[in-house]
Design a protein around this ligand. Structure first.
Ligand SMILES: *Cc1c(COP(=O)(O)O)cnc(C)c1O
Length: 409
């Protein structure tokens, strides 16, 4: 049979699970527990020898339907869903690392992920932060006890693109777990499986659900990593087939024990949003490309960071790896412009912290998401007070252009 396209696959995924009564969507199941006429089935579920559901903290049919959809989107082997993107990110670290292990992480990270990694350092994990736009920096940080490399696809706010393909080859050569946060690109723009990622993280809160009305996160095992080579797998999970050792340990130690489970209502909302992921991405990336061109020639804008601009340091890489250049950009206003006056002059664009919404959102970086780190660290990171991050939405482009034009005037 011909392999279906991205959107067709998502739209028809629930039907493969035969929802009750001919429903076109998987039902929203609210039962916490599942009962069995033959108690040996219940025991089998606990022991992993029988397929089924026991308790919703680990799984239920609604969550499972979403997991299957995400697995298809990422061309992976299996997925798990979580209450938030952050709980999905925390889990591979908390369930697969031991005190004394070392990881190599991109230094350009989502702020809360960066904060989380500093917590891991306090718990006894060694971390090297490197400029992951060049694989050489990753290679230079390799140690005997290195277990994992962690990167984001496009970093926020300055839009650096990690050396995704070369790091994939490096991790393969050195048998390292390669964990990629794909939130900024979403599986429509980029499938990290193509660069040999081992685990893929998505904040479902952003593009995948897409409307800023639900929190969620996911982990996908691509099936490309050989878990028999990983030293930290508990013996009790080694009785299963080796290709599910990793996801089993993440599920038991990370999801079951930590308990950051997604609600079924949220899973349903995410699944509905995901149906239009490709359509929304096409539109917001198109809008972003037009706006980046507009900002680049505007005399009141000092700098534009957008991978779609030919002068972006990783433009060629982004063009090779991604279907479009994304919808996140960063602009730096001229020094004498008050960024709050500019933001307040916008009539359509909303001052708000989220990204990946259908609406265009703007946030002054130094005063909000990078406030906590202080002026000195911001200076080192090249974050001026007049920097504004934009998450471009799906509005009509003429309305967006008009709004930015009038606000800059
Ligand atoms: C938002 C975001 C997260 C965290 O996701 P939540 O669902 O808000 O917890 C993680 N990584 C990236 C790149 C993000 O943009």
């Amino acid at each position: 049979m011909q392999k279906k396209g991205f959107t067709t696959t998502i739209l028809h995924a629930d039907l493969e699970l035969n929802p009750e009564h001919g429903a076109l969507h998987q039902a929203v199941h609210h039962s916490v527990a599942y009962g069995y006429p033959d108690a040996t089935d219940l025991a089998g579920i606990f022991q992993g020898t029988v397929q089924g559901y026991a308790y919703s903290r680990q799984s239920n049919p609604t969550l499972n339907a979403l997991e299957k959809k995400i697995t298809k989107m990422e061309n992976g082997l299996s997925s798990l869903v979580f209450a938030t993107g952050m709980s999905a990110i925390a889990t591979p670290f908390s369930s697969l690392l031991r005190a004394g292990d070392h990881i190599i992480s991109s230094s350009f990270l989502f702020g809360n992920t960066s904060s989380l990694l500093y917590t891991l350092i306090d718990l006894g994990i060694e971390i090297s932060f490197v400029d992951a736009t060049d694989v050489q920096n990753v290679a230079d940080a390799l140690q005997e006890n290195t277990r994992m490399v962690f990167v984001e696809t496009i970093a926020n706010p300055v839009t650096q693109v990690s050396h995704l393909d070369a790091i994939g080859v490096f991790c393969q050569t050195h048998n390292l777990l390669y964990v990629v946060d794909n939130t900024m690109t979403s599986p429509y723009l980029f499938q990290p499986e193509t660069v040999h990622a081992s685990l893929i993280i998505n904040s479902l809160t952003k593009y995948i659900s897409g409307h800023g009305n639900v929190l969620g996160g996911s982990i996908t095992d691509t099936g490309l990593y050989d878990w028999t080579q990983y030293p930290n797998i508990n013996d009790s999970y080694k009785k299963f087939a080796p290709n599910i050792w990793g996801i089993t340990q993440i599920k038991k130690k990370g999801l079951r024990d930590m308990g950051a489970s997604l609600s079924s209502d949220s899973a349903h909302r995410i699944a509905i949003g995901a149906e239009t992921l490709a359509l929304r991405m096409q539109r917001c990336c198109h809008n972003a490309q037009k706006l980046a061109a507009f900002f680049s020639q505007h005399p009141k804008i000092n700098k534009v960071y957008y991978p779609g601009n030919p002068d972006h340091p990783q433009h060629t890489r982004a063009k090779t790896l991604f279907r479009h250049f994304g919808a996140i950009m960063c602009i730096v206003l001229q020094d004498d412009i008050d960024c709050f006056a500019f933001l307040n002059a916008l009539e359509l664009v909303i001052a708000s912290t989220n990204l990946g919404d259908t609406r265009t959102l703007a946030i002054p970086v130094a005063h909000t998401i990078y406030y906590e780190m202080g002026a000195q660290r911001r200076k080192e990171m090249g974050i001026p007070d007049t920097m504004i991050r934009l998450s471009i939405g799906i509005e009509d482009i003429d309305d967006l252009l008009h709004d930015f034009q009038q606000a800059l005037e």
